[in-house]
Design a protein around this ligand. Structure first.
Ligand code: TRP
Length: 467
């Protein structure tokens, strides 16, 4: 087996946390929580992080560390080792491939959203904070050229970092930028919470109300949105953690390394929720508009300037808002560079394409699709919809609610029935030398609990099962 360079313990945690914490936490989580009934969505979300997220991070990392390969080779090699042949072997290899594919597609629309944030870094310097409303956001993303330029600039920086192989260097910066982001999120949350009327937003977030879920679609719909978000936010079901695990040394402690990531990731998501939702409710209490009608993708770009303006006035508020958007771009960058790594590792290991070529090729492919995504917010392409969603949102729905649950479901089946849980546990405990207190729980979670949860939530989310 070819030897890999290995991460230090801190290095792995940094890269994994860098991948996990991104737009999913700061932008998507509050948006989805707002649209899916608030407290009820968050309750589902926390449950899924604990029962599905943590075991899956551990499972994926274990596969990666054992095989010392990216997802395609990892599934292929372990399946072959376990005597799988013919169609079965092809299927498991295909599973690894779907992960690489998912990362590619995510990158396409993720760059567009990161481009919006980048655009707002500049916008906060040009537009008075108190004039940054939803209409400005709508106009910013639906113009033809500007959002594309920002998306491509963001993508180019990502590809540059990956081509140069300086992802590790970038992650090192996250050692101080991530804590700074968290501090600023806390400051912004305090500002948002101090607005008169914000308490309604806090109630909306913290009190689970089943009526809200029914209004949002159905309980199943909300549960699937929460599960999809759990996968998306923790970068699961697409081989991301397999790739990262493959850079772990055999003496690393797998179990203890996989608790910190969900903890930080969930903390950041909740904080971002407290930054945005209370501010939106506070402003709505003044204007008299139904606040839930205001919960959409532009929430962050609206709530942040409004609450910072109210708390600090225009000069100091602008500085904080600028810093905040910049740090969110940085968090997005540590996610996109890791998405490129997964897709590139497929091309490099499986198709033997050279690193530079693979990375640039991916960049060009992503650029084309992200232009289409960006245009799907403009009159040119916004009439093309699937289930009421434009191309960009449909891609996100397809990945988060279909492909990721698919990848996660079969990863559990793979560990539970092909590789066998006891072999995974042997790897987790470094041949029985490291303590793993919930080994039996892990076995049942992989074999029964998580496949069942994923299946039931999926079927009810798409309306086949009704509760
Ligand atoms: N988890 C990241 C976020 O919350 C997004 C992300 C990075 C991702 N790598 C991924 C999502 C791989 C799915 C798969 O922003």
């Amino acid at each position: 087996m070819e030897k890999r360079e290995h991460f230090s313990k801190l290095g792995h945690v940094l890269v994994a946390a860098g991948s996990a914490v991104g737009l999913g936490n700061i932008w998507k989580f509050p948006t989805l929580a707002g649209q899916n009934g608030g407290g009820i969505f968050i309750l589902f979300y926390l449950f899924f992080v604990l029962v599905v997220g943590v075991p899956l991070i551990l499972g994926e990392s274990t596969i990666g560390r054992y095989a010392q390969k990216g997802p395609v080779d990892a599934y292929h090699n372990i399946a072959a080792e376990c005597g799988q042949k013919g169609f079965s072997l092809k299927f498991w290899t295909f599973l690894g491939f779907t992960g690489a594919f998912a990362n590619f597609i995510i990158l396409c629309y993720y760059s567009v959203i990161a481009g919006w944030i980048l655009q707002y870094c500049i916008k906060v310097l040009l537009v008075p904070l108190n004039e940054m409303d939803m209409a400005l956001f709508g106009a910013s993303i639906s113009s033809y050229v500007t959002p594309i330029v920002y998306a491509l600039v963001f993508l180019a920086v990502t590809i540059y970092i990956d081509v140069k192989g300086i992802t590790a260097g970038v992650e090192k910066c996250s050692k101080f930028l991530m804590p700074l982001l968290i501090v600023l999120l806390i400051v912004c949350a305090v500002c948002s919470l101090s607005l008169p009327g914000s308490i309604e937003g806090v109630k909306y977030m913290l009190i689970p109300n089943t009526n809200n879920a029914v209004n949002a679609g159905s309980m199943g719909y909300v549960a699937l949105a929460a599960l999809g978000q759990c996968f998306f936010s923790l970068s699961l079901g697409t081989g991301q953690m397999i790739t990262l695990g493959s850079y772990l040394g055999k003496d690393s402690k797998l179990a203890s390394q996989s608790y910190g990531i969900p903890a930080v990731d969930t903390g950041v998501a909740l904080l971002a929720g407290f930054v945005t939702l209370p501010a939106v409710f506070a402003v709505a209490s003044v204007t008299g508009i139904d606040p839930t009608s205001q919960t959409g993708p532009g929430m962050l770009m609206y709530a942040l300037p409004q609450s910072l303006y109210a708390a600090f006035g225009s000069t100091f508020g602008t500085i904080i808002a600028f810093l905040m958007f910049l740090l969110v771009c940085f968090a997005a960058l540590t996610s996109t560079t890791s998405m490129v790594t997964v897709t590139a590792s497929y091309l490099e290991e499986y198709k033997h394409v050279e690193h530079r070529k693979a990375t640039i090729g991916i960049g060009l492919g992503v650029a084309v699709v992200s232009v289409i995504c960006s245009l799907s917010n403009t009159p040119l392409l916004d009439s093309i919809t699937f289930g009421g969603m434009n191309i960009q949102d449909s891609l996100d729905w397809f990945i988060s609610n279909l492909l990721m649950p698919f990848g996660a479901f079969f990863m559990c089946v793979f560990i539970g029935y092909i590789w066998k849980a006891q072999n995974a546990i042997k790897e987790i405990t470094n041949d029985g030398t490291v303590k793993f207190s919930w080994a039996t729980g892990f076995k049942w979670i992989m074999m029964v609990v998580d496949p069942l949860i994923i299946l039931v939530v999926f079927l009810s989310g798409i309306g086949i099962l009704k509760f």
